[in-house]
Design a protein around this ligand. Sequence first.
Ligand code: PLP
Length: 356
Amino acid sequence: MATRKGNPYAAMAVPARRQFASDNYAGICPEAWAAMEEANRGHVVAYGNDPWTQEAADHIRDIFETRCEVFFVFNGTAANSLALASLCQSYHSVICHELAHVETDECGAPEFFSNGTKVLTVAGAHGKVSAEAVERVVKRRSDIHYPKPRAISLTQATEVGTVYTAEEIKAIWSVAKSHGLRIQMDGARFANAVVSLGVKPKEITWQAGVDVLCLGGTKNGAGVGEAVVFFDVKLAEEFDYRCKQSGQLASKMRYLSAPWVGLLKDGAWLRNATHANAMAARLESGLGRIVGLKILFPRQANAVFAEIPEAAVESLWKKGWLFYTFIGQGGCRLMCAWDTTENDVDAFLAELKSVL
Ligand SMILES: *Cc1c(COP(=O)(O)O)cnc(C)c1O
């Protein structure tokens, strides 16, 4: 199976060690696991007409304090692509940051599932789309030969570990409104953004103009699954058909939805994110004390990007540490998860110092 380029020594990695490559290297958190186990007792109705799916969707409505429509799918690529497809016709375009997952990491799925909607990228500091950049792309052309801009995709937290404030999203919303654009949010790490900003989930979603959110469960502590949350419920019409046709309707849906109950019912999702962010902060401060290392972006969530000399990267890889060097604009991406420990961070820092 083709894997991402990166550590050529990956097969030699220490098996039980927690790694900094991605938060999807982590396992399932105890709360999600317990809910799965509870859901695994006896028969329930299939295809999402079960109490777990109902309860998980209700928790999401409670958390966002609104009557949204909720769907559970297997992964983020499906969530993003199908959500965007529900906003766009084939002749439309979606504006996103040039580093956005929908552009760089989904193998053309947003275009595929919308039958040709074009992704238009913009540059922007700290991995963020700005209101001005959106305005420029929309105003660049208005003739029939250009794919008509219809949606904006924002990643929260971004691919480089920064977060959009409510004000920044609202500024984008105001441009969106004036040009008839809808806003989709890729929230693979939405929880990390919520705790980083110290806001209510509604403040950075529907109260700031987000029409549909792809809420990440996998990186937060579930085993599988993301939720597609429509704040504009009209957009959810026939979304169930889209899910089914694309192979995203789980027949034993409770195994996608029960982990959400575990994550959401008493705040585990926020505890997990708070912890991951705190471990990244510890890592950032340790790296910051090493002379000659440069931190590349403001650390606002659970990722730290640092410029580490190539020879040191090679040595760390040989010692079995896994982390990526190709995400963002170069540099090493060090990602913390719900289960990263202070010891992991300190061990990594010590080993880094020893190879510099
Ligand atoms: C991980 C991730 C996703 C989801 O990716 P899948 O592998 O399809 O589940 C989406 N957006 C961002 C920014 C991510 O980091």
